[in-house]
Design a protein around this ligand. Sequence first.
Ligand code: HEM
Length: 612
Amino acid sequence: MESSLTTLLCALFPARFSFDACEESPRIMLRDLAAREFNAFLWISLIAITALLISEVFKLLRLWRKGKWIPGPPCPSFHGHGSLISRENLTDVLSESHENYGSVVKLWLGPTQLLVSIKDPNLIKEMLFKAADKLPLTGRAFRLAFGRSSLFASSFDKVQKRREALMTNLSERLLVRANVIPGKVVECIMERIQKSMAKGSVDCRMVSQHMAFTILGTTLFGDPFLAWSKASVYEELLMMIAKDACFWASYNVTPFWKRGFWKYQQLCTKLKRLTQDIIQQCRRSCKIFHCMDDDHCNETAGTGKNASYGASYCSDGVIPENFFFHEFKGHMNEREDEPSSNIMGMMFHGCLTTTGLINNILMRLVTHPEIQDKIYTEITLAQKDSMTPVEQNVDKMLLLLATVYESARLLPAGPLLQRCSLDHVYGGMGSIVGEKITHLIEYCTNQSLPLILVCASGGAHMQEENLNLETGATIPAGALLVVPVQLLQKDGSSWGSDAGEFNPYRFLSKTRKRSNLVNTSFSEQTTDLEEGTFVLNDPNENAAFLPFGSGIRSCVGQKFVIQVVATFFASLLKHYEIKLPAQAQSNEKPKKNNCGFQLLPSTEIVFLSRSS
Ligand code: HEM
């Protein structure tokens, strides 16, 4: 046996093994061979690692060289501006830099971290259409909390198909449902609010959160959500997860050694179980409804009446399983998606952002009672033309829709939109930028500013490339791109001299001079809405309108959420007047922060039934 192995080795490697060696023990020869192979492996590894390091150094040198041409404040030290930017002053620093250095500015956050901020609306539009990947932190936060998902991932390639499917679904199916959000939802919410209002008033933020949660839950899960006994636990869990999600995601290596992390994971597991529970409920009641629906249809076939509303909810097929699995068949990559991860992601993102929007609308309505009165008039007029009592006809409520747009403009979901190149995220960027963003989140939470984290850059086709803008500006691959949405949305050059004020009429123009969108001043607004002399302008016509982002990674839910929130307010304002408590009425007006942006007073509100 030994001799045949020796002969084989000599035959296979005649150059390596001399005839004498073949005479020796094959064990020595094998050891020799292993040593040689191991050496070769070490050399190859060394060469590969060196090549990798050299290519990284070249990328870094390229980043430094290209970054040099972008204007921006000089670095105070080798570590850049990172240590000078705090949670409070990021928008201020960007505002000052733009004032001094123009519409594209750079800030070195560290020796390998280049942040490029763009403030010119047209450049932003171009950038957001070309750049496609989001900061890994965003995807990691969703993945850690809800599991792998192909809807809220960082890479555009992963989300592209799912985005398209959801967009079609939301705009075609849910838009129809959104228009008929039943008084039942408002009733259910108001029942709870009335209980909390026993002491006189309610906290606006808490009410908004509950409204957003109920509206979204009912729209995604249908009527069974309203009767679901665990809904308030679900809401509480979502908010607890929202508080910590970015913090745990900001670790480059998942912190399994931290006890807090395991507690957080327990919350996420509970949420998953509850999501499964509501899905089961939906399925069960859908079966019942289907039976009822059949009977009902048989009964009503002669009379030609529609089936009950609840039944139509189910037969619409908006229960999650149909919605996310059956509907998206063919689009879905089962390996990418863990069960319910997309539903939880949508509830999470939708609740946080919609809470901010509703809170803002409520505060604008109580601080501008004259607008609230006009909207009420508009609602009663539109109802006259309505075919059914549940249909709200919000398309005719122009001032209401304009109020929704204006509220979104004044307090966008986040102070920054971000894009980055996933292939070029240098070692520390995940954690250091992550830490900065974590601070930003804390800041937004303290200031009651809603925040969405979004970040991205060119899809697979351009991840290795610089981003060339039409103006000739080049953003080097590896830079983190940000759009300071807050600055942009109070910018006088895009919104006129009253950019920081609440003026929904800026989205309405008189039929005679439609183009005069921004210049519609308060003095001109007295024209009666009843005369129908206003038309609503598409807010996206103004490139500086970015509360839902823009371009290939913009918010999928924009149309849907505007419709659903407007419909909800139409139902709410029809029955209730919203006011500040008597003692607060004289002094509660929005305050301004350093950038001149309106911050809402954290306040209590009251709901007065119109029928009493
Ligand atoms: C007031 C409510 C909302 C606001 C202010 C809002 C805002 C945003 C923003 C700013 C982005 C990032 C856009 C960008 O980077 O260009 C985003 C992304 C997204 N939004 Fe919303 N959103 C809201 C509600 C919703 C709802 C209700 C849904 C779904 C039912 C939704 C689905 C999405 C999805 C799927 C993305 C990720 C798109 C991607 O990564 O490609 N949003 N949203």
